[in-house]
Design a binder for this molecule. Structure first.
Ligand SMILES: CC(C)(COP(=O)(O)OP(=O)(O)OC[C@H]1O[C@@H](n2cnc3c(N)ncnc32)[C@H](O)[C@@H]1OP(=O)(O)O)[C@@H](O)C(=O)NCCC(=O)NCCS
Length: 136
């Protein structure tokens, strides 16, 4: 990530959270969902460009004890492949390492665009376990 970008601790404003999800191709969320995500995260960070515009984000949901889940890793398409996503995941993992008790378990659901990146940062397939999900 070059010096024109700045990583900021904490989530982006709600409107930018919703925009970054939508523009990066993640399923769009409504303002009520976004507000809950921002308020309920254990930690979050985002990256702004030289104009102060948020261009990427990521957050961690966690119990503060041992179980943490990284979500909402998204970089605006016009700023991808510049090392920003890597910097964000590194920051989130380091934040768990430094603030949680030793031995934390950090999970994520690796969509295809991020899988190589996550592998290179030490994340491994959970097989024979299987990631499972449902909607309510
Ligand atoms: C996944 C995602 C967050 C990665 O963000 P990013 O800012 O592009 O991430 P990085 O630049 O750190 O790394 C992405 C790739 O760019 C490469 N890269 C990094 N710096 C680079 C540079 N200066 N020049 C060229 N390529 C570079 C990395 O090696 C990596 O390649 P790889 O995936 O083939 O290993 C982004 O693609 C995205 O928002 N995708 C859509 C939403 C999504 O699927 N999110 C993941 C949910 S799990």
């Amino acid at each position: 990530m070059d010096a024109s970008y700045t990583l900021i601790s904490g989530p982006p404003p709600l409107a930018d959270y919703l925009r970054l999800r939508r523009d990066s191709g993640l399923t769009p969320k409504n303002p009520e969902q976004g507000a809950g995500a921002i308020a309920g995260s254990w930690s979050a960070c985002h990256v702004v460009d030289e104009h102060g515009t948020p261009v990427a984000m990521g957050r961690t949901i966690g119990d503060g004890g041992w179980y943490f889940h990284i979500a909402d890793i998204a970089t605006d398409p016009s700023h991808q492949r510049r090392g920003i996503g890597r910097r964000i995941v590194e920051w989130l993992v380091e934040d768990v390492r430094s603030r949680a008790p030793e031995g934390a378990y950090v999970t994520l659901v690796g969509d295809p665009p991020g899988q190589r990146l996550y592998r290179s940062l030490g994340f491994e397939d959970v097989a024979p376990s299987l990631g499972m999900a449902r909607r309510t």
